[in-house]
Design a protein around this ligand. Sequence first.
Ligand SMILES: Cc1cc2nc3c(=O)[nH]c(=O)nc-3n(C[C@H](O)[C@H](O)[C@H](O)COP(=O)(O)OP(=O)(O)OC[C@H]3O[C@@H](n4cnc5c(N)ncnc54)[C@H](O)[C@@H]3O)c2cc1C
Length: 385
Amino acid sequence: MQTADVVIIGGGIVGSSIAWHLTAAGCKDVLVIERETHQGKGSTGKSMGGVRAQFATPVNIRMSLYSIPFYAAFEERLGHPSGYRPQGYLFLATKPAHLDYLRANHERQLAEGLKTVERLATEEIARQFPQLRTDDVLGGHFGSSDGFVDPYSAMVGFMTRAGEQGAKLWRDAAVTAIKMDHGRIAGVESTRGTVATRTVINAAGPWAAEVARLAGVDLPVEPLRRMLIPTEPFDQFPHTAPMIIDMSNGFHFRPEALGFLLAWNDPEESPGYKTDFDPAFIEKVLTRAADRVPCFENLAVNPKRCWAGLYEMTPDHHPILGPVAEVPGFFCANGFSGHGVMHAPATGKVLSDLVLKGKTDLIDARLLSFSRFAAGRLLTETAVL
Ligand SMILES: Cc1cc2nc3c(=O)[nH]c(=O)nc-3n(C[C@H](O)[C@H](O)[C@H](O)COP(=O)(O)OP(=O)(O)OC[C@H]3O[C@@H](n4cnc5c(N)ncnc54)[C@H](O)[C@@H]3O)c2cc1C
């Protein structure tokens, strides 16, 4: 029978980052089990790649304060590009309540040591981006170290280096059962055989609840479809632009290749494993796009290039990280609620610390523990895109 010190279920960006952090910390006997024939077929390969530290809760800000510099130094440290482009995130406020919200967040961001966010007056925004309709804009907040990464490249970088540091990756192998011995983890059964281990990390993305159920854990993580629209080449808006978020309706966009990537959180979407792209979504998004950026009326979209993927939502839109007290040896790295790429480096560090040392200095891990749900200690993150 195979053995491993740690088995990670799921070889997306989160599982790969955990594998890298564990092996970098000296825990070499790590096995990542991925059911697809290639990595990145889950949420990671569908992501918009946005990274930001402009969050509302200190714990999310701290996760970003580890992750963004990590992505900035990725190539230097791992010898592989993360594709980090610090083009920023610009939130456009159209109501006094938006400005109050951004201001309150900014105070928390400053308190955590984030110094790259500034308030912009409407005139400044209009000067920088005359293509935007700003008649209803009351101001905005711009974070200059926010930006974008290439999630696929970062995932491959993490896994390649983890492999060189001792980790093994099984592809085309689905975990089908989790074995217990006297109430604690004893191993996993997979389509490629049984592995004895004392430590299992659930990094199964939108399928996290299914994997947790194998260990008898009822994990509150639900898949939620998100659709993205890449446009055809378009040069009437600068390609140096940040991610721009219209707070009046949640429409946001960023430059991508020669065109733009358009996104909007459709409130009519309901949980489930839906990954088909609905062509009716294009009209909904283009209406909002042209409303904020009049020249976007001229955008061309090929429906065949659009795609859909799954967010992994938790009730308080924060991830669930760390051990499950009821099942010794079972750890979660789940429920990123749309932030799993930007928080993958910090997640790797936190999980590695919690598995190897039982504690971490990076965040107050109790805040993100599975036990917060039973204890009614839910967090509130309103800056979810
Ligand atoms: C359209 C869209 C846009 C997004 N935009 C952003 C963004 O701008 N910024 C950001 O930070 N995040 C964004 N996200 C969210 C982000 O993509 C996810 O949070 C992140 O990719 C989660 O990574 P993961 O490794 O946990 O999950 P995944 O990449 O889904 O990996 C999980 C893996 O587990 C495997 N698996 C599942 N069950 C089993 C099993 N039983 N046995 C073996 N393997 C199994 C799956 O095959 C999968 O490969 C976006 C998501 C979508 C869909």
